[in-house]
Design a protein around this ligand. Sequence first.
Ligand code: GLU
Length: 307
Amino acid sequence: MSVPSSHRGRYAPSPTGRLHLGNARSALLAWLETRRAGGVFVMRIEDVDHQRSRPEFEERLLTDLRWLGLDWDEGPDVGGAYGPYRQSERDERYAAAIEALDVFPCSCSRRELREEASMGEGDEPIYPGTCAAGPRHPERPLALRWRTPAGIVEVEDRIAGTLRQDVRAEVGDILLRRRDAAWAYQLAVVVDDAAMGITDVVRGADLLMSTPRQVLLHRALDATPPRFAHVPLILGEDGHKLSKRHGAPDLSALREGGIAPERVVALLARSVGLVGPSRTMIQAQELLAEFDLSRIRPVAVDWRSLA
Ligand code: GLU
């Protein structure tokens, strides 16, 4: 086998829907950072949530990303030495990781946890330790939680700066397997980043606060955590996070609507200040020469300029 490159980056989409512009931008930036470093780019399909994942979405997102001008050296459709590249095919690895961790069964539903913490829909309640000494309802399907160690975890993010979190106090015992037997994202992402030798993660800032718990899990599994860079969320023309409300089309809709991919790349590049407002057509490749992650800053864009 050839000597592996020292830089390994990845994009790790969940095939639970179509890619929106924010997803496309994370993919583009992760690809640029890896290619600039002469590294290996890995495409990993995060389909642990078997209720929401669909093969059609996987096929569509790979087509969309290629159309945008990205390529990958390892992935579900090209193979590679660290496969399989779909999480649904990596069960044994997650089971082995669980064996190495101090876990306990938990019968609490999300709704119960939310009620106990008197929180609203969408908020993530702090796990109050309900089942730590034995499940409260052992007859129910049981989840698995990690007895998360106390102490402050410090992470140096390349864009967001220093993060500090006492994971035990602010999150509680981390969910590793759900009550429907699906592996939790937090476990699968750590096991796979470690097993695939990922050295550099570039992803959206929505995952920033998951990072301390992931670093803690890496350490507990005797793995070296990757370097992290969280890119600010894409802003609509009103300066708010771009969302469905702005009516922005998804990547497939742009491709199928006959928009040139260079226009989309240019919009994404403008939205992080990589190019000025006058650039309206760029190929992903062209951004490589001058790409510098440290120059990234959020710039509001109007997606209607694509039309
Ligand atoms: N699969 C996650 C998502 O689509 C991203 C995981 C990651 O980049 O760590 O949101």
